[in-house]
Ligand binder design. Sequence first.
Ligand code: FAD
Length: 446
Amino acid sequence: MLPEALRAVFIAGCAGLELVEHGPALERLSHDQFGFSPLLQPQLQHCLADVVVRVQRSQEVLQVAALCYRLQLPLTVRGAGTGNHGQCVPLHGGVVLDTSGLNQVRSFDPVNGLLIAEPGCRLLDLDEWLQPQGWALRLAPSTWRSSTLGGFIAGGSSGVGSLRWGLLREPGNLLGLEVVTLEAEPQLLQLDAAQAQALNHAYGSNGIFTAVTIPTVPWQNWQELVLELPDRPAALALGEKLSAAALEIDALCYLEQRLAKQMPPLPKLAAAQGDRLLLLASPNAVPVIEQLTTKAGGSLLWQRPQWPPKGLLLRELCWNHTTLQLRAVDPLVTYQLVLLPESELAFIELIDKQWPGWLYWHLERLRVSGKARWVGLPLFRWQGEDQFKALNTAMAAAGGLIFNAHALTVEDSGLGIVDGDQVAAKQANDPKGLLNPGKLRGFNKK
Ligand code: FAD
C-alpha cells in the first residue's frame, strides 16, 4: 500500500489521465489468467496495484514514466491481461499502466506489408483492418480476439502461424519498437530489429512499447479442417508428412480422441471417434490433404473457411484454448509446455507408462529454428506439487525441453537461462529496476 502522501503526489501528477483507484476494476486490472496455474494462483491472487493509469498517447506514457521514476514507484505494463502466468501482475504493487487504449495504426506499406501499430491494438482488429487490403498478421495466439499486439510481443511465444514463421522470438518476426524508458528524463527510443530483440518476450521489464513494427503477409483464405485418424501413430505420421509437404498450412494441432471428445462442438461436427488433427490450410492444399488422409486410413470430416471469424473458431480448440475448454469441464485441469524429442511416440509412451491415463495429449506442430517439431501442451488434473515435479523430471529425462507454464520469471518459463541482452537492456532503460519488478531473474540477481 502506498503511503497516502505519496499517493496524493502521484495522483496530482496524473492530472488529465484516466485512473482506476479501487474496487473490482482495480483487482481485475491487477490480474491476468494466472488461475490456469494451481502453483501461481495462491502466489498472485493477493497482488494488487495501488493505481491503474489508462493511457492513449505516447506523451502520457512519458508523463507516467517520469513520475514513477521520481517517486520510485514500480510500474507494470498491461495489455488485455490474457497472459496465463502472471506476466502483467504487479508483484510489488505500485502502478499498472494499461496501454490497451494506445491503439492506433501508425503506418502501413501496402507494397511490402510493413506495419507500424501501437501496442494496444487488438490482434483481431488488426487483421480486420489488414484483410480488405489483402494482408494479414503472420502470427497470433489463440487469444486472437482479445489480446493486444504489445502483450503478444512482450508476453507471448508462438501460436497460429508458427508452423510457417516459427516462434515469435525468431529473428525477423519483430522489426522494430518505439520504447519509453524509465529514467529521470524518460526517452522515446526508436529501436531497429536487432535492438528490439532484447525486449521481445521480456514481459515489459526492460521498456514500455509505444509502437511496434512487424512484417505482415499476403492474406490467405485459410480453411479450417478437421481430420480423423484411427490412432496416434497414424495421426502423428500424417501431421509430419503434411508439414513436410509443399502445402500451405498455418496451423496443425493434434488432439487425442478422449480429449477431442470433450471439446465444444464445431457446427455440425460429430463427436470424435478417433484421434484428430485440426488444421488451417490454404484452399489449394485441401485436395492433397484429403488424399493423404485417406491413404493414412483417416478421413477429412469437416471444413469451413476461417474468414469472416464468427462463433467458435477452430483455433479456439488449439494452443492454450484447448486447456481453457477442458477447464470449463474440470477446473482442476492444468497443463505443461514441453518441446518433444523427435522420437515423440516413444516419449509419450514412456510418460503414459509411468502415469497411465493421467495425461491428455495435445500437441502443436511448429517450426523451431527452421525445423518442424511437435510441442506438447499435455493436460492433466492437478495432483499436487510433488507429482507435478515428478512429471517434469520424467519429461526432461525422456528428452523433452520444458518451458514451465507455472513459473513467474522470463527465464524460468523459458529455457532457464539468463539472456545477457535482456538484462543489459533493463540496466540501460530501467536503471532503478522499477519496470515489472521480480520478472527478469537475471536482473533481480544483480
Ligand atoms: P498481457 O497479458 O496484458 O501482457 C503480457 C505481457 O506483456 C506482460 O508482461 C505485460 O507487462 C507486457 N506488456 C503488455 N503491453 C506492453 C507494452 N505496451 N509494453 C511493454 N510490455 C507490455 N500465448 C501465446 O503465445 N500463444 C497462444 O496461442 C496463447 N494462447 C492462449 C490461450 C488462452 C486461453 C490464454 C488464457 C492465454 C494464451 N496465451 C497464448 C497467452 C496470452 O493470451 C498471449 O500471450 C497474449 O498475446 C498476451 O496479450 P495481452 O494483451 O493479453 O498481454
